[in-house]
Design a protein around this ligand. Structure first.
Ligand SMILES: *Cc1c(COP(=O)(O)O)cnc(C)c1O
Length: 395
């Protein structure tokens, strides 16, 4: 159950936070309060720090949020992706379709199963999720799965994606690292395909340092995910500690991708605040949209779609045609506003460059014009104004 204890004011004066001091507006930021400190201190005092009751509670609460049958907390979002791919049986000789415009963790996880990532294009400057038509064009005899990413917390075009996946008999893995609390047609992002993967890295919507979650409705996949998470062992240390089990067998060659109790305790507190914080993010994005979309050639992707409840992980703008991030960014940074890019396309990295790869005209068209603006739930009105002024003065 989620706890309903009242909230304390932040206990640390802002000046103590060295990590963000140099920016007038950092790209993202976390709030620290007494409830979080107490939750972690309680775990420290308990003397049980590895996966145990708090991880189980975090999984249960996250599963309730998503209305999904199985949830597995893991060490990070990359581990979540790797587990999802292993669970569906992905391996050497297989191809996995994946957008190039995503975090490299997706391609690395595919490669580490022995499979090959096949990069696909996005829809357009107005919608940076993967293009279902290009997925369809990329399906071949060796295609084993489709890995989609809900960019910025905006659900992909799942009707078309699930239809083509079903038609070709391919499982869909959702990289929902940006989308905890996001929905498509009233269902949680991450629960639409075969397996959903989340990240709880510090700059994500549900921050806890490092952490992740794998969710699925499928009992067989769940069994494999649970085994791969902990060495393929049939019992857990916690079960043996409680006297519920003594020996174990190893039924597949797994990993240690477990989450620990300290981070689970943080996650339980953060989860309680997620819906309200996602709403706050949405309001900030609307301020950016009103001030910047269609102004001076700037556009802001992801206008509202009625079937999508966005988690608003990112505030991304597309710079005017002919302008590049490289030209514009220094002037914004000079005003103390931290910016970023989501993402340098994976197909341009040396580890993935391949002369025979598919052409990705839309990704190549927008990649150098993408700019991510600061976004966190407690950003002040003055900070939002400073960002808007910095962008308008710099384009
Ligand atoms: C953050 C992120 C990941 C990886 O998660 P980690 O927890 O950092 O391992 C994967 N995919 C996307 C889209 C992400 O944003």
């Amino acid at each position: 159950m989620l706890r309903s204890a009242g909230r304390d004011a932040p206990t640390k004066p802002r000046e103590e936070k060295d990590s963000t001091r140099r920016w007038v507006v950092p790209l993202s930021d976390v709030l620290v309060d007494g409830e979080m400190e107490r939750a972690v201190a309680e775990v420290v005092r308990s003397g049980w720090w590895s996966m145990g009751p708090r991880v189980a509670e975090f999984e249960r609460s996250f599963g309730e949020l998503c209305d999904v049958k199985h949830s597995f907390a893991v060490a990070n979002g990359t581990a979540a992706l790797h587990l999802a791919l292993l669970a569906i049986g992905c391996g050497p000789g297989d191809e996995v379709l994946v957008p190039s415009l995503t975090f490299v963790a997706a391609a690395n996880s595919i490669a580490h199963t022995g499979a090959t990532p096949v990069f696909c294009d996005v829809i357009g400057p107005h919608d940076l999720t993967v293009d279902p038509a290009d997925l369809e064009a990329a399906v071949g005899p060796n295609t084993r799965a489709i890995l989609v990413m809900h960019y910025g917390g905006h659900a992909c075009h799942m009707d078309e994606i699930l239809e083509l996946a079903t038609r070709h008999g391919l499982p869909v893995i959702e990289d929902a690292a940006h989308a905890p609390g996001g929905e498509f047609r009233g269902r949680a992002c991450g629960t639409l395909g075969a397996v959903g993967c989340f990240s709880f890295f510090s700059n994500k919507n549900l921050p806890m340092g490092e952490g992740g979650m794998v969710v699925t409705q499928d009992d067989e996949l769940a069994k494999r995910i649970g085994l791969f998470r902990s060495h393929g062992m049939t019992t857990l240390t916690w079960d043996r500690h409680r006297g519920h089990a003594s020996g174990y067998d190893v039924v597949l060659r797994g990993f240690n991708y477990r989450l620990d109790e300290l981070r689970a305790a943080l996650g339980i507190v953060e989860l309680e605040r997620l819906p309200e914080r996602n709403r706050a993010r949405g309001q900030i994005v609307e301020r950016y949209r009103t001030a910047l979309d269609g102004v001076a050639g700037i556009s802001m992707p992801f206008a509202t779609r009625p079937e999508v409840l966005a988690a608003h992980h990112l505030a991304v703008i597309v710079l005017p045609e002919g302008r590049t991030r490289q030209e514009v960014e220094p002037a914004i940074i000079a005003r103390g506003v931290q910016t970023s890019v989501h993402y340098p396309p994976i197909h341009r990295f040396s580890a993935y460059s391949d002369p025979s790869q598919r052409s990705l005209p839309v990704t190549d068209l927008v990649a150098d014009r993408l700019l991510t603006l600061p976004l966190f739930p407690h950003i002040t009105d003055a900070q939002v104004s400073a960002v808007i002024e910095a962008v308008l003065a710099s384009v």
